[in-house]
Design a protein around this ligand. Structure first.
Ligand SMILES: [Ca+2]
Ligand SMILES: [Ca+2]
Length: 186
């Protein structure tokens, strides 16, 4: 699965599998911070992952969504969807490590931005339109805004960030606006 970002003549393909992520994952695999996952379904995830288990072990996403790290996250379902390819009901151990790598403090900001964009792009069309922004806002505020307030915030965001005035945010526009909010991806 891939999404596309158009910037004039330049077409960037944002793929789920990126070289940086592979590098990140292998680093994460060696890092002690990823090791202690004793609560993660010992019957599904073998202790010794030295062989091909990273590709073949399939963890039900319901288990992943209920981990302490994700349980309270309003985007947990969307996060699991973004980090699973093909079968969204299960996560391979490799996908699982990728997910934690991206959320780790060590992950580069641009990688975090790419995944934040994917998470907010609910209909997976490669743009954040008003419906995507609305769904995101309602999750962020835990449905604490009424219709009028939501509309107000969306209009403000687009006024500020929609540089080509097409009523939605491309990845480049999104990246531009979050680059001015240094704490956004923390
Ligand atoms: Ca979209
Ligand atoms: Ca735009």
């Amino acid at each position: 699965m891939r999404s596309q970002v158009y910037t004039g003549q330049v077409k960037l393909h944002l793929r789920y599998r990126q070289p940086q992520r592979t590098a990140l994952s292998s680093r994460a695999r060696d890092s002690p911070s990823v090791r202690p996952l004793p609560g993660l379904a010992p019957d599904v995830v073998p202790y010794d992952m030295s062989g091909k288990e990273g590709h073949t072990v399939r963890i039900p996403v319901t288990l992943v969504e209920n981990m302490p790290e994700l349980k309270e996250n309003p985007f947990r379902q969307q996060i699991c969807k973004v980090f699973t390819e093909g079968d969204h009901g299960h996560m391979t151990f490799e996908e699982f490590l990728d997910m934690f790598s991206v959320f780790s403090e060590a992950a580069p900001r641009d990688i975090k931005a790419v995944y934040a964009f994917k998470i907010y792009d609910w209909d997976e069309d490669g743009y954040l339109n008003k419906a995507d922004l609305k769904a995101t806002l309602l999750k962020l505020t835990k449905d604490g805004l009424d219709e009028e307030e939501v509309q107000f915030v969306i209009d403000k965001v687009l006024e500020e960030a929609d540089l080509d005035d097409d009523g939605m945010l491309s990845y480049i526009e999104f990246e531009h606006v979050i680059s001015r909010a240094p704490d956004f991806l923390k």
